[in-house]
Design a protein around this ligand. Structure first.
Ligand SMILES: Cc1cc2nc3c(=O)[nH]c(=O)nc-3n(C[C@H](O)[C@H](O)[C@H](O)COP(=O)(O)OP(=O)(O)OC[C@H]3O[C@@H](n4cnc5c(N)ncnc54)[C@H](O)[C@@H]3O)c2cc1C
Length: 378
């Protein structure tokens, strides 16, 4: 669509991926004339918000401080489903398994205790009997929480964009932003085929955020991830009715995965995969023998799957901060610019909440949730 270049928008959002699409929607919902600019199609597979499923959980081992956002995340997904008329959130329950002393299990228990989240703690053998898709070592402890599940990133991105468009938002896809600058009356955003003006700017450029915001370049590190879809030995063990979303810690890594959904096979990955820091423009999106071996071998160790004939592999990008907490803030010298980034492999479940916070910040309102954990200068 050709956008009138003389039009002065209320807000421009750079990046209409997982978080940017929710932000465009929340801005349009709060009455703003908003332009979302995305360099690829919507949705696409070159960033961080594809692959059919993203986990949502209350037994949040990362940090109990996320609980206020988690509560709101569930509410936002349910609201979006009502408004869009399609199921986007599936509650399968969640599992966090590992040795009793590991950060995953102790962190999940800490959050559950601190926020009175109901949970069960069972041993590895009982968990393997109850969930026959798994083969946990008997010395493992397994925290089972019934609210866990997954959301659908591609479907939700479409829902956010279409609902925003119905509210009057303008979306310009296949358009790369080359630079932005503050002006006397707001911001100017330059793209490969023209420039746009607005009062305020939100930058939600995912793995490219360091290229859009100079001061973040040395802070965020994009990292190559690889996902596998493994062949179950028994399909019924891995249906969303029988298989919770799962995180399994061994001495070196956390593995994670999902019941079969959206495409054949059990989705299985290793958090931080091979710790490969990348330039997102140069990243190798192909999958090599070593990637495959790492995932099929660990998959066979913990799951009732065959490493032979996997259904497929995909790459994706994490954008990590040093402490793995997000960046949600206005830029210190540019209060008219909000940045949303560094989601460190656990941000998608919060897309709706972050979109709402971003809309509040852009509208000069205090967000309902305390976001001091996500300040740039923390
Ligand atoms: C393998 C994997 C598994 C994950 N699992 C989970 C999970 O289970 N649960 C969970 O909550 N989170 C999970 N995450 C994290 C979560 O998916 C991400 O944090 C989230 O999707 C990031 O969204 P984003 O909008 O920041 O990035 P993206 O969706 O990549 O969006 C950024 C957009 O900006 C666009 N862009 C960049 N530069 C420009 C430019 N110059 N001009 C115009 N557009 C531009 C990009 O094209 C892109 O579309 C996972 C991530 C990965 C990679």
């Amino acid at each position: 669509m050709l956008v009138d270049r003389d039009r002065h928008f209320d807000v421009i959002v750079i990046g209409v991926g997982g978080i940017g699409s929710a932000t465009v929607y929340e801005l349009a919902r709060s009455g703003n004339d908003v332009l979302g600019i995305e360099r690829h199609g919507i949705p696409h597979t070159k960033g961080s918000s594809h692959g059919h499923t993203r986990m949502i959980r209350r037994a949040y081992h990362e940090n109990p401080e996320y609980m206020a956002m988690i509560d709101q995340a569930y509410t936002r997904w349910e609201q979006l489903e009502d408004e869009w008329g399609e199921q986007l959130l599936y509650k399968t329950g969640s599992i966090a398994a590992g040795r009793p002393s590991c950060d995953l299990v102790s962190g999940a228990l800490e959050t559950c205790h601190e926020h009175s989240v109901p949970f069960e703690k069972i041993d590895g053998e009982s968990a393997s009997e109850r969930f026959p898709g798994f083969q946990f070592p008997s010395e493992y402890e397994v925290v089972v929480q019934s609210d866990g599940g997954f959301v659908r990133p591609e479907a939700a991105t479409i829902a956010h964009v279409e609902l925003a468009r119905q509210l009057g938002a303008t979306i310009q896809s296949e358009t790369k932003v080359t630079s932005w600058e503050s002006t006397i009356d707001g911001v100017k955003v330059k793209t490969e085929d023209g420039q746009y003006k607005a009062d305020r700017l939100v930058i939600a450029a995912g793995a490219w955020i360091g290229k859009m915001v100079e001061s973040l370049e040395g802070i965020v590190s994009p990292e190559r991830q690889v996902l596998s879809w493994l062949q179950p030995n028994n399909e019924t063990h891995f249906t969303p009715e029988n298989c919770p979303v799962f995180l399994i810690s061994d001495d070196d890594n956390i593995h994670y995965g999902f019941p079969t959904f959206g495409k054949p096979g059990v989705k299985f990955g290793r958090h931080y995969h091979l710790n490969e820091r990348v330039d997102p423009d140069e990243m190798d999106h192909s999958v090599n023998e070593h990637d495959m071996e790492v995932l099929t071998q660990s998959g066979e160790k913990y799951l009732n799957v065959s490493g032979e004939d996997p259904f497929g592999f995909e790459t994706c990008i994490y954008t990590n901060t040093p402490d793995r907490d997000f960046i949600i803030d206005t830029l210190p010298n540019h209060p008219e610019v909000t940045v949303l980034g560094g989601f460190s492999g656990h941000g998608y479940k919060f897309a709706g909440v972050i979109g709402k916070i971003a809309a509040d910040l852009a509208n000069g309102k205090d967000p309902e949730i305390d976001i001091s954990l996500f300040e740039i200068d923390r």
